[in-house]
Design a protein around this ligand. Structure first.
Ligand code: 4NP
Length: 151
């Protein structure tokens, strides 16, 4: 059965859509089912930020048809792993949990890596090159995570 992995950030328009696109590119549909969500509802129904779409397109990844949605308690039961971008996402996701089993599913995406950054910085209010940096961090983190979780 496919391992179900949910990539989570705050708005589900910048970091986690990119993380979803990268994870899909690095995996196949038989072994992994990948999705993304945001802890907030600000952008529900929206396409990814144009800057995330652009940086993904540079690497031949099309994330333009994704639609933002909010993380729900049901997601935490449905997915095997919930990978969050930063500590704010971590505490927001943990707040939805009602059991140790659920809490154990949630981890920082950086946790499988020895990256300098302890988190994936939120690029929303920054310059465009923030998205290139986020792409590189996410690609490293996703590769490292998959290396540790592929049989
Ligand atoms: P994301 O970035 O969590 O990577 O999708 C953000 C997008 C929108 C907002 C914050 C972060 N916002 O405040 O609207």
């Amino acid at each position: 059965m496919a391992t179900k992995v949910l990539m989570v950030c705050l708005g589900n328009i910048c970091r986690s859509p990119l993380a979803e696109g990268i994870m899909r590119k690095l995996t196949n549909d038989t072994d992994f089912l990948i999705d993304s969500a945001g802890t907030a509802n600000y952008h529900v129904g929206a396409a990814p930020d144009h800057r995330s779409i652009a940086i993904a397109a540079l690497y031949n990844i099309d994330i333009s048809t994704q639609q933002a949605r909010q993380l729900t308690p049901a997601d935490i039961d449905a997915f095997d792993h919930i990978l969050v971008m930063d500590e704010e996402n971590l505490s927001n996701a943990l707040a939805l949990c009602t059991s140790e089993t659920q809490r154990h599913k949630i981890a920082l995406i950086t946790s499988a890596s020895e990256v300098e950054a302890y988190r994936i910085p939120d690029p929303y209010y920054g310059e465009a090159d923030g998205f290139a940096h986020v792409y590189e961090l996410l690609h490293d983190c996703c590769s490292n995570w998959l290396a540790k979780h592929t049989k």
